[in-house]
Design a binder for this molecule. Structure first.
Ligand code: PPS
Length: 571
């Protein structure tokens, strides 16, 4: 049953929502008669942290009074500090069928029963209000704001949950410790003071030195809590990062550090998120928490400014540190002092002293370009792990994605490129032409908006697998919708190159060519929903290349693509 597993103060009490076997059997029987909610990847992360007590004192997905209080005053309804919503979004149709007082089965995408939720409340989400209150912006350059507006469901369901099973993981099992297990380890090891460090990046020298300074300042041991849930789209994959952390652990004084993977879906909400992370670290039994430079700051907004100020993040976390029950150790950017041969927080460097620094991004770029990384910037083991997983472009796979109107010349250019890539012969090549795909992969699909999206997503999926395995995928569908193309780009860029080629032949030329007689039929009303005639084509805003085949031959067009690939180092 649900219980507090520690006898500590309410602040530090851990919640454990995993039920015992007897109750699990009852809930399993009950679930046969219940409606199911299938969790997406974000929700799977949330339920895991709820279940293990990493989100203590939450006992389920938030109800409306808690949600509103979180938005308005960064507290639960009862006054407990809590900065970000933890809500369960449900689709419209399902929200209409569900009501408070009802229980629902919570399942993973394979249908595996994870929990039963007792719904206390359902309400429509005011996305604009949530974006402004939690993220301080409605700018869709912010990945979680975009998720909120474009992917989050329109209703939230709140209520207590009883968990039968944690989401299943098959990797790094020995490193996936619950807060309860971590606290038990502290006890076993005699650790009284522990600094928590949460990160979505590899640990390079500056971060290592920062954690050492934090340990010294707090006279404490270290708990590394790397995020292995959902981070930012172009972050290093966590398998690589975990191998890096394991290598770096050997550089700490023996017996002074512990590694526990955190399946968190990052909100990237700047100050509020840093506070959330401090609460999680508190739940993992940490006495101190490190807030570093750019904590939970997702790059730049659409006017080129940082989303959050470091000073505000520090200020907020420090202001709440006492009510939360954890001490905050804030650091400015860590820089290297070459003459002194040491790293320092930038605000600790006397004026006039020379410093150098290399950000995580700089290191990534240098590795991608095959350049050396000096020892003051990272560890040789970390560099070699990253090099192995993120080879230079010549060793990466890539996707050439040709999009454009019917008759624009996509297939012909694709065929020339296919032959050229086979001639070069250093990677396996696959041609996913619109027609070929429609015949083999998508023969049951029509040209409705939904089916076009499905068709293009299927192409994207195959292309991303090919790219991941270091091959070349040449795709040539119309792919008329910008959001689907962006989705595919994001998926593929995580594994290699994505080169969008807009085959931008004007519609008049395509109509005039009309090789298949399709335009004539569409204009005569014999085909409905024909792209460019009575269905939209959203031209790419910033494709890597734009080629108008009324001006160049297919060979010249292919040559342009090959030159571009050469410039980017892919061939
Ligand atoms: S999509 O929108 O990306 O799914 O389209 P795609 O799979 O590339 O298929 C495009 C080819 O199908 C023929 N066709 C149509 N095109 C557009 N709209 C409608 N309604 C339609 N019906 C059939 C058309 O000949 C396209 O061939 P290409 O090779 O592009 O000329």
């Amino acid at each position: 049953m649900m219980q507090d597993v520690t006898g500590e103060s309410p602040d530090k009490a851990l919640v454990n929502l995993v039920v015992d076997e007897e109750r699990a059997a009852k809930l399993k029987a009950l679930s046969l008669h219940l409606e199911s909610i299938t969790l997406n990847d974000h929700q799977l992360c949330d339920i895991e942290l709820l279940a293990t007590g990493a989100f203590s004192p939450l006992r389920g997905f938030m109800t409306r009074p808690d949600y509103e209080a979180v938005l308005d005053r960064m507290q639960l309804y009862d006054g407990t500090p809590w900065p970000v919503p933890v809500c369960l979004g449900v689709p419209n149709a399902q929200a209409q069928r569900l009501e408070s007082g009802q229980s629902v089965a919570i399942r993973d995408p394979e249908g595996f029963l994870l929990a039963v939720m007792h719904i206390e409340e359902m309400w429509p989400v005011d996305k604009e209000r949530e974006a402004l209150m939690v993220f301080g912006t409605t700018d869709k350059n912010h990945p979680r704001v975009r998720y909120l507006f474009e992917e989050e469901n329109p209703y939230y369901a709140g209520g207590r949950i009883e968990v039968l099973s944690l989401p299943l993981h098959y990797d790094f099992k020995q490193l996936r410790l619950t807060p309860q297990e971590v606290r038990a380890l502290y006890q076993k090891l005699g650790w009284k003071r522990v600094v928590g460090f949460q990160t979505r990046h590899p640990i390079h020298r500056p971060q290592f030195e920062m954690t050492l300074k934090a340990m010294a300042a707090a006279k404490a041991n270290l708990l590394l809590l790397p995020i292995v849930g959902l981070t930012m789209p172009d972050d290093f994959d966590y398998y690589t990062r975990v191998r890096c952390y394991q290598d770096v652990l050997r550089y700490y004084p023996p017996g002074s550090s512990l590694l526990s993977l955190l399946p968190l879906s990052l909100r990237m909400a700047g100050p509020r998120d840093a506070l959330m992370h401090a609460i999680i670290a508190r739940n993992y039994g940490c006495s101190h928490f490190i807030v570093g430079h750019n904590h939970a700051n997702p790059g730049l907004d659409s006017s080129g400014e940082a989303f959050y100020s470091n000073a505000k993040t520090r200020e907020l976390v420090q202001q709440w540190s006492q009510p939360i029950g954890i001490d905050i150790l804030a650091f400015d950017e860590m820089v290297y002092l070459p003459f002194e041969d040491e790293h320092r927080s930038k605000d600790q460097v006397p004026e006039g002293v020379q410093t150098i620094s290399m950000s995580g991004n700089d290191i990534r770029q240098r590795i991608r370009n095959g350049r050396e990384i000096p020892p003051w910037a990272s560890f040789p083991e970390v560099v070699s792990q990253i090099r192995k997983a993120y080879p230079t472009p010549i060793k990466q796979g890539f996707t050439l994605f040709l999009t454009g109107l019917s008759g624009a010349g996509k297939s012909t250019i694709a065929k020339v490129l296919y032959s050229r890539m086979l001639e070069i012969g250093d990677r396996p090549v696959t041609l996913l032409d619109g027609d070929i795909v429609r015949r083999n992969l998508s023969s049951e699909l029509s040209f409705s908006k939904e089916h076009r999206d499905l068709n293009v997503r299927r192409i994207g999926f195959v292309a991303s697998e090919i790219t991941k395995n270091r091959g070349v995928a040449i795709c040539a569908p119309i792919a008329p919708y910008a959001h689907t193309r962006r989705e595919i780009r994001n998926a593929i860029e995580a594994h290699g190159g994505f080169v969008e080629v807009h085959v931008a032949t004007p519609i008049e030329v395509c109509e005039q060519r009309d090789r298949k007689g399709m335009y004539a039929k569409a204009k005569a009303g014999l085909i409905k929903g024909f792209t460019g005639v009575d269905d939209p084509y959203e031209a790419p805003e910033s494709p890597e290349l734009s080629i108008d085949t009324s001006q160049v031959t297919p060979d010249e067009a292919a040559q342009e693509v090959l030159l571009y690939l050469g410039q980017r180092g892919f061939i």
